[in-house]
Ligand binder design. Structure first.
Ligand code: TRP
Length: 476
C-alpha cells in the first residue's frame, strides 16, 4: 500500500507546528523568560532555536522522508544492527510513555475548559480546587471525551485526520492568541508586564539558565520524540524540507513570544506589585492554580459572565495546543505498529490506545487516590536533605521526558551523521531544494550535527541525571 502523505508542505508545517506549540510555549516560556533576563533570554532562545534545534529538526525530517518509516523502522533499516535497533525501540517507547502523561495533562486542561464554560470559575479559583479536581470521579468523564477526540483525529489518517485537524485548529489558535493579547493590553498596569517580559538583563545568563533555555527550546520543538521522523515520512519528495523546518521553528517561536505578551501583562494587571520569584516555574501550577485567580478577578471589570468567557477562551486555546501535541505523539507508536506488523490504522490505534488508557488511569490515580501509585518510590534530593517521594506520574515524567529525550537527541545526531552518512543526508535534503548542496547552511548543519550539538546534548543528559536522580546540579 502506498504511504499516506501530507497534501502539501503547508500541511506538514501546520501539523508539525501543532505538535510543537503546547503549554511550553504558552506558559512555561513566558515565565522562564521574564524571570531570567527578559529580552536577553528571548534573543538567546531564538539563537538556540535556529542554530542548535533546527539542524536536529532537519535531520529527523530527512531521516523520515528518506526511509518512509517510523523511528523504529528507520533505525532498523539504516542501522542494520541490534544496537541501533535498540535505539529505535527506545524512540517509540519514549513517545508512547510521554503520550501517557500528556494525555493526563490534556484531560485536566479540558476539565478546566468544561468547568469555565459551565460557570464554575469561582470553584477553579479557590485554593484547593486543583487537588480536588484531579482526584474527582468527574475526571474520567473528561478523559473519555479527550480520548474520543484524539482517536477520531488519528483514525482519519494523515491527510484527513492529522492534517485536517491542524488546518482547522492552528489558525484558530493564532487568532485566539492575538485576540487575548489585545484584550489583556487594555487592562490596567498591563505595561508593567510588558516591561518585565522585554527589558533585557544580560547578568541573568548563567550556565543553569542557558541549560534550561536550551532544553526548553529543544523539547518544545518536538525534537527527539520520533514525531518529526514520523511526520517527515509523510512529506512529499518534492517539498523543501529546509523551508518547512524554518517555518515550524519560526511559528513556535512566534507563539512563545506572543504568549509573553499575554501572560505577563495579565499577571501584572492582577497584582502590580507581584514579585517575579512568586511565579512558579511549573506550567502546571501556573495554569491550574495561578491563572484561574486572575480570570476570576476580572469580574470586577466585566462581571462574572465576562470573566468566565475569558477563562473559557483561554482554556480552549490551551486545549487546542495540547490536543495537536497529543495527536502527534500518539501517531509515533501507531505508525510503528502499522509499519512493523502491517496492521490497519484502526487495529494499531485500538491496541495501543487500550494500553495507553490503562497507564493513563494509573497516572491519574497517583495523586493521592491509590497509595501504591502515589508513593511509588523516592530518589533525588529534597530541600530537607531527604530523597523526594515520587508518584507513578513523576516517574514517567522524570524518566522519559527529562532524561531519555536528550539521550535520544544525542543518538539521533550521531546516527544521521556517522551511520547514515552526511552525503546521504545531504542528498535527501537536496530533493526539493536545489540550492542546498554546497551552501553555507549545508556545511553548518553537517558540522554542527557531527560535533558540538551531540556534545551539548550529552552535557544536558548528564546534568539531568545528576539533578533529577542525585539532587546535584552540576551547572552554575
Ligand atoms: N509542545 C509541548 C510544549 O511546548 C512540548 C511537546 C513537544 C510535546 N512535542 C510534544 C508534548 C508532544 C507532548 C507531546 O509544551
Amino acid at each position: 500500500m502506498k504511504r499516506e502523505e501530507f497534501s502539501s508542505s503547508l500541511g506538514f508545517v501546520l501539523a508539525a507546528a501543532g505538535s510543537a506549540v503546547g503549554i511550553g510555549n504558552l506558559v512555561a516560556f513566558p515565565v522562564m523568560a521574564s524571570k531570567n533576563g527578559g529580552a536577553a533570554f528571548l534573543i538567546m532562545y531564538a539563537f538556540f532555536v535556529f542554530f542548535i534545534c533546527l539542524p536536529v529538526m532537519l535531520a529527523e525530517m530527512s531521516l523520515g522522508r528518506h526511509t518512509r518509516q517510523n523511528p523504529l523502522g528507520a533505525y532498523t533499516e539504516i542501522g542494520k544492527n541490534a544496537a541501533w535497533r535498540a535505539v529505535g525501540w527506545m524512540s517509540v517507547i519514549t513517545p508512547f510513555m510521554i503520550g501517557v502523561f500528556y494525555l493526563v495533562i490534556t484531560v485536566w486542561i479540558f476539565g478546566y475548559l468544561a468547568k469555565s464554560v459551565m460557570g464554575q470559575l469561582e470553584f477553579l479559583a479557590a485554593p484547593d480546587s486543583f487537588g480536588v479536581f484531579i482526584n474527582s470521579n468527574e475526571l474520567f468523564i473528561y478523559m473519555a471525551v479527550v480520548i474520543g477526540l484524539t482517536f477520531l483525529i488519528l483514525q482519519g489518517g494523515v491527510k484527513r485526520g492529522i492534517e485536517q485537524a491542524a488546518r482547522v485548529l492552528m489558525p484558530l489558535l493564532f487568532l485566539m492568541l492575538i485576540a487575548l493579547v489585545i484584550y489583556v493590553m487594555t487592562l490596567e498596569n498591563a505595561e508593567l508586564g510588558v516591561k518585565f517580559f522585554l527589558i533585557p538583563d544580560f547578568d541573568k545568563m548563567t550556565g543553569k539558565v542557558l541549560n534550561g533555555a536550551l532544553a526548553q527550546a529543544f523539547f518544545s520543538l518536538s525534537l527527539a520524540m520520533g514525531i518529526l521522523i514520523t511526520y517527515g515520512s509523510y512529506i512529499q519528495k518534492g517539498n523543501n524540507i529546509v523551508q518547512a523546518g524554518k517555518m515550524v521553528a519560526g511559528l513556535s517561536l512566534l507563539v512563545a513570544a506572543c504568549s509573553g505578551l499575554l501572560i505577563l501583562p495579565a499577571v501584572f494587571s492582577f497584582n502590580p506589585d507581584v514579585q517575579l520569584s512568586e511565579l512558579s516555574e511549573s506550567s502546571i501550577s501556573m495554569i491550574f492554580t495561578f491563572l484561574p485567580k486572575i480570570f476570576l478577578a476580572l469580574q470586577t471589570n466585566i462581571g462574572y459572565l465576562g470573566a468566565s468567557f475569558i477563562a473559557s477562551f483561554f482554556f480552549l486555546l490551551v486545549f487546542f495546543a495540547a490536543l495537536t501535541s497529543l495527536v502527534s505523539i500518539i501517531e509515533v507508536p501507531v505508525a510503528s505498529l502499522m509499519d512493523g506488523k502491517g496492521v490497519s490504522r484502526r487495529t494499531a490505534l485500538y491496541s495501543l490506545g487500550g494500553a495507553m488508557i490503562v497507564l493513563a488511569i494509573i497516572c491519574a490515580l497517583s495523586f493521592g487516590r491509590v497509595d501504591l501509585f502515589t508513593s511509588l518510590t523516592s530518589y533525588g534530593l529534597g530541600a530537607d536533605g531527604l530523597p523526594l517521594a515520587k508518584s507513578f506520574f513523576d516517574l514517567v515524567y522524570d524518566i522519559f521526558y527529562e532524561t531519555i529525550l536528550p539521550l535520544n537527541g544525542l543518538l539521533l545526531c550521531l546516527f544521521v551523521i556517522y551511520r547514515w552518512k552526511k552525503h546521504n543526508f545531504d542528498a535527501e535534503i537536496s530533493q526539493g531544494n536545489s540550492t542546498f548542496a554546497g551552501s553555507l547552511l549545508q556545511k553548518y548543519i553537517n558540522f554542527s550535527l557531527g560535533t558540538f550539538i551531540p556534545v551539548i546534548l550529552a552535557v544536558i543528559f548528564v546534568n539531568t541525571v545528576a539533578t533529577v536522580f542525585f539532587g546535584k546540579n552540576l551547572l552554575f
